[in-house]
Design a protein around this ligand. Structure first.
Ligand code: HEC
Length: 512
């Protein structure tokens, strides 16, 4: 008998009264806390809080409890709990926590797990071109695959933290890659030796990471707590925790952090306050003078290694696209009608963007069209692609699609941009757009009824790789010129693919 059950008996409390509703808290402590923690913030099992469970639709939470998760430690509870008890537990885990326990430098440091078997290699332990590798994130069973980008052979497959989110980030020599999970774990992996270096829990619920252009710092954007955490990319130690608090004292979640290499800075999109924050690093940050708004804050302090600049806006913006020089930021709010353009040099809004239907600017790509630089973005709500002139911010073309999309990709050497239909009945379609005529020239249906999503090109732009976004999914490799299928490799929900070269060179055909 568990101590809790014993304590409950001694106190005269029965654990399963026949008439009353089940006591979800007690059931949780007895059956679940050993793996998911008393606080519900995760242990062996993932955090069970609304922020992470939102992605489980319909009855998926009850199903997970009732049937367990085969081939994982999550047990079956249908034989020990009643339907009512399972329902009560599902409702409990969907309820926000009353209080968020502290997660500061001490807690982060204590979570560090270095791989005791890790042996660094001074050169790649394989013959593939180290600049044309792909990392494929497989969220179906929380693994990642390392793929040769010439032969499309898998070099290795390794476990990641539970529910990796956002793109992994490569160091500029292509040697290390960093992953981040919804529960705030950051994992460092050595591609050359094909081994995990270690992992640390930088927060309780996180959105994404960025890596500094000098490869020294990782910035972790968090929902819980309301912080940006800067970790050493070398040993994963904490370098700084920045509390996100607006000028009115209100704290905010960080929706995303972006790396802005030419500025030696990280740029943050904030969910709950109408500001954009920029954090500088490096010996002599070129934009140091912007850290303080001289008009109301006086001269800059020069002591902080990570000074913060705040740009105040008149609207909330939480999804960004940057021009190649990082002079301009195009931002959209998930709840607003229009976007805005912010000039990062002068630090204020310079234009509105006439974009309805929730543009997904974070997936935007840019190219040259009739002598102009244009950017194109899918929309999360409307069935269209918008193409925008990056000089006067006007919409030059709206391309109708078969449904709202999520990802869009191209490559400098390819004539085409690929964009998925991510939502709705046509989620199994992938459109191919001619970047010069701005017309859809082909629509593929690689696996009828199954979501086709997220394209990534190889280093020279000759192949486009698509995901069948299902637990028994696959990646499909296409000739990027003829659209012929070249190869199909089964994968477990391959949520994203990331080419080392395209990422480290900040290719304009891919998002960062
Ligand atoms: C022995 C450890 C263990 C116990 C006990 C346990 N779980 Fe889990 N649980 C896990 C693991 C590990 C996973 C992740 C499984 C996977 O990889 O999909 C998980 C996953 C889940 C998920 C899906 C989470 C997601 O984000 O996909 C839910 C919901 C869940 N558990 C609820 C519960 C509840 C409620 C209880 C108690 C009735 C419980 N678990 C008991 C280990 C455990």
């Amino acid at each position: 008998m568990s101590t809790l059950k014993l304590a409950a008996m001694l106190l005269g409390v029965t654990t399963a009264p026949l008439s009353a509703a089940p006591d979800a808290n007690l059931l949780f402590q007895e059956n679940c806390a050993s793996c998911h923690a008393e606080t519900r913030l995760g242990g062996t099992g993932p955090a069970l809080i609304p922020q992470t469970l939102k992605r489980l639709k319909g009855d998926a939470i009850m199903e997970a409890i009732r049937d367990g998760r085969p081939a994982t430690q999550m047990p079956v509870f249908s034989d020990s709990l009643t339907e009512d008890e399972i329902k009560a537990l599902a409702d409990l885990v969907k309820t926000p926590l009353d209080a968020i326990p502290p997660w500061g430098a001490e807690e982060i440091a204590a979570s560090l797990e270095l791989n005791p078997d890790y042996v660094p290699a001074d050169k790649p332990q394989f013959s593939s071109d180290p600049m044309n590798l792909f990392i494929v994130v497989e969220t179906g069973d929380h693994h990642a695959s390392l793929l040769d980008g010439d032969s499309f052979e898998r070099l290795t497959r390794f476990p990641t933290p539970f529910a990796v989110h956002g793109g992994p980030k490569f160091t500029s020599d292509g040697r290390y890659v960093f992953f981040m999970s919804r529960d705030g774990w950051v994992m460092k992996y050595d591609i050359w030796s094909m081994q995990e270096v270690g992992r640390v829990r930088g927060a309780l619920n996180s959105r994404n990471i960025a890596l500094s252009s000098d490869n020294k710092h990782i910035a972790l954007a968090n929902y819980l707590p309301h912080t940006l955490v800067i970790l050493s990319a070398d040993d994963l130690s904490v370098e700084k925790i920045i509390d996100i608090k607006g000028s009115d004292g209100k704290t905010s979640r960080v929706s995303a952090v972006y790396q802005a290499p030419p500025r030696n800075s990280f740029i943050m999109a904030l969910k709950d306050i109408p500001e954009v924050w920029e954090v500088f690093y490096g010996e002599d940050p070129p934009f140091y003078g912007f850290v303080h708004d001289y008009r109301d804050e006086g001269p800059p302090e020069q002591t902080d290694p990570f000074p913060v600049r705040r740009i105040k806006l008149d609207d909330y913006l939480d999804d960004f696209f940057f021009d190649q020089k990082y002079e301009f930021l195009m931002g959209a709010a998930r709840n607003a009608k229009n976007g805005q353009v912010v000039d990062l040099v002068i630090g204020r809004k310079i234009s509105d963007l006439a974009l309805s239907g929730l543009p997904h600017l974070g997936s935007g790509i840019s190219w040259n069209w009739q002598g102009k630089t244009v950017m194109a973005t899918p929309h999360l709500r409307d069935s269209k692609i918008s193409v925008i002139d990056m000089k006067d911010w006007s919409v030059v073309k709206t391309i109708p699609t078969k449904g709202p999309g999520f990802f869009m990709r191209s490559h400098e050497k390819s004539r085409y941009a690929w964009t998925d239909v991510f939502f709705g009945p046509n989620k199994d379609l992938m459109h191919i757009i001619d970047k010069q005529t701005l017309e859809i020239v082909r629509t593929l249906k690689p696996a009828p009824g199954k979501t086709a999503a997220h394209i990534e090109f190889d280093r020279d732009g000759s192949h486009a790789i698509l995901s069948i976004w299902e637990n028994d999914g696959a990646i499909v490799i296409y000739n990027a010129e003829t659209f012929e299928e070249v190869k199909r490799i089964p994968m477990s929900k391959p949520s994203g693919k990331y080419n080392v070269w395209n990422k480290i060179t900040f290719s304009e055909g891919t998002s960062h």
